[in-house]
Design a protein around this ligand. Structure first.
Ligand SMILES: Cc1cc2nc3c(=O)[nH]c(=O)nc-3n(C[C@H](O)[C@H](O)[C@H](O)COP(=O)(O)OP(=O)(O)OC[C@H]3O[C@@H](n4cnc5c(N)ncnc54)[C@H](O)[C@@H]3O)c2cc1C
Length: 502
């Protein structure tokens, strides 16, 4: 019997689901409301592919080592296609502090810390073409999923198919497996809730607003050499990052804390955006007029939330034959660059769950348990870090803020222990990055005897000795007041607003 799989959404989760699930004996149909990609180059896809269904498609994306490794290990031809199209692999040592690179000796496992970078449209275009070539997979573009077809089975909703609408009219499509990969605005969970399903969720604000602008290097001009001034960092009032991409392109993202209303208002103006970049030593050489030219407006995006929805209630699945994945079920703060890796992991654990058994209840429970095991630790770790970043951003605007002893210790541990240790000791850096890239569990690195003793040893060292050994990064950029004064933005309006609110 052929098992029919409907995938709702052809974004990153939908494409990963099609990759992981297609095999002899399965028919996979990927439905998306948007038009198919143009039959053109990566550049034209960036300029003209109408992806209304993915509002953030033209924001900076970097693809963590976990996603890179999934593609490398399972779809080597896809990796080749991506590299041929200009996507790039950035190796572990290339992201090291530049002064450490000369002394670097690779160890087995470092290849697993390679990341993939490109414009998101390029990754999606190449993946989509690759998926479309796979036997048994068809795409149904320009087709809106309108509702789910449901039947009650015990306490659960059994999903039998979907109602769709496209240029040919409205009709129903039935299937054995329905994968909801329709992104953060997917309606499927709401449709289930309206039908009486209890789907719990927790959410928390990311506390930032994203601003991205794309640039292209001039012909014949190389990317600026990495220097001591990092291309990504946190000034407190702005987090910044350079995202090297494909075909001579790169983008800059400025993530502004939600409480920084004045900066948020101003930064969408291209001259202010570029003015901020010009004042940050790690970014200035990239956006200098002799190096590159802007290729886009400043894209802004707010309402960034972390959200986790649970499809199991009191140990029983709330829906059968229905598997939500990607942003439809777990959203993460984009700053960590984890969303696409989360989606790829979910797609592969779903393939495992479906292979284990044909029993719908067992499949649902197995998928749920695997997702919890694989992804929950990273999600919880992110929530903790987000809550503390939100507190820090609010404190930065409060002139009367006096840090508690605990807050001082936490800051000192990060700045005077972890950071210098990671700059001095490649194993500390490597193990820390293995957690960041979702290869190891977060926090595993600090349980290692060598790492914990190294970090503590550096904490006990005097600041002067660490400065002499060049173990602190250089100043990332101007203080808030200097930056805002230079740009003609009021540095005090937000402080006054917060004071009045208090
Ligand atoms: C600003 C920003 C920056 C990010 N940066 C990174 C990063 O650097 N690295 C990273 O890994 N992740 C990043 N993420 C997260 C990542 O982009 C998401 O996790 C990822 O897009 C989730 O994929 P998805 O397939 O679930 O959803 P999407 O990619 O949003 O795709 C959903 C698809 O469903 C379709 N669809 C929706 N509704 C319907 C319907 N009713 N009928 C038919 N089709 C429908 C849409 O057209 C779309 O194609 C970022 C997110 C944001 C917001």
């Amino acid at each position: 019997m052929v098992e029919k799989v409907l995938i709702l959404g052809a974004g990153i989760a939908g494409l990963n689901a099609a990759l992981a699930l297609h095999r002899p004996g399965r028919e996979v149909i990927v439905i998306d409301r948007d038009a198919p990609p143009p039959e053109t180059s990566a550049d034209e896809a960036f300029d003209s592919w109408d992806r209304r269904g993915v509002g953030h498609v033209r924001h900076s994306h970097a693809f963590l080592a976990r996603l890179h490794n999934i593609i490398r290990d399972n779809y080597p031809e896809l990796l080749k296609d991506l590299l041929d199209a200009g996507c790039r692999e950035i190796k572990f040592y290339e992201n090291m502090p530049v002064e450490k690179q000369a002394a670097y000796v690779p160890v087995p496992g470092d290849a697993d810390l390679t990341i993939l970078t490109s414009r998101r449209t390029t990754l999606e275009l190449v993946m989509r073409r690759y998926v479309a070539r796979q036997p048994g997979v068809t795409f149904m573009p320009s087709t809106l999923v309108r509702s789910l077809i449901l039947e009650q089975q015990g306490a659960a909703k059994k999903v039998l198919g979907v109602n769709i609408e496209n240029a040919d009219g409205a009709r129903e499509l039935r299937a054995d497996i329905i994968v909801d990969a329709a992104g953060k605005n997917s309606q499927a969970i709401e449709w289930l809730r309206e039908a009486g399903a209890t789907i719990s969720e927790t959410s928390a604000p990311a506390g930032i607003v994203y601003f991205t602008r794309h640039y292209r290097l001039h012909d014949g001009v190389e990317e600026p050499k990495r220097t001591k001034a990092p291309g990504a960092g946190d000034l407190g009032y702005i987090k910044f990052g350079i995202f090297p991409a494909d075909n001579g392109c790169f983008s800059v993202t400025l993530a502004v804390p939600e409480v920084e209303m004045e900066i948020r208002r101003a930064v969408v103006r291209p001259e202010i955006f570029d003015g901020i970049c010009a004042q940050i030593p790690g970014m200035a050489p990239w956006v200098a007029p002799e190096t590159s030219a802007p290729k886009s407006k400043v894209f802004g995006m707010g309402e960034l939330w972390a959200r986790w929805r649970s499809m199991v209630n009191d140990g029983a699945p709330v829906a059968l034959n229905f598997f939500p994945m990607g942003d439809a079920v777990i959203r993460t703060n984009p700053l960590y660059g984890r969303g696409c890796s989360f989606a790829a992991v979910q797609a592969h654990v779903l393939a495992d769950a479906l292979d284990e058994t044909s029993d719908p209840v067992a499949r649902a429970l197995s998928f749920h348990a695997k997702v919890e095991k694989e992804l929950r630790p990273y999600y919880n770790d992110m929530l903790k870090q987000d809550a503390s970043a939100i507190r820090r951003a609010a404190n930065a605007l409060d002139p009367d803020y006096k840090p508690t002893l605990k807050a001082k210790l936490i800051k000192s541990f990060a700045d005077d222990a972890i950071m210098p240790a990671a700059r001095a000791d490649i194993k500390v850096l490597r193990d820390f990055m293995r957690g960041f890239h979702m290869i190891d569990e977060p926090g595993k690195w600090i349980k290692d005897w060598h790492n914990v003793t190294t970090v503590l040893r550096f904490w006990l060292k005097s600041k002067k000795a660490k400065e002499a050994a060049d173990l602190y990064p250089p100043k990332l950029g101007p203080d808030r007041e200097d930056m805002l004064n230079a740009l003609g933005i009021s540095a005090s309006a937000d402080m006054e607003r917060l004071k009045a609110a208090a």
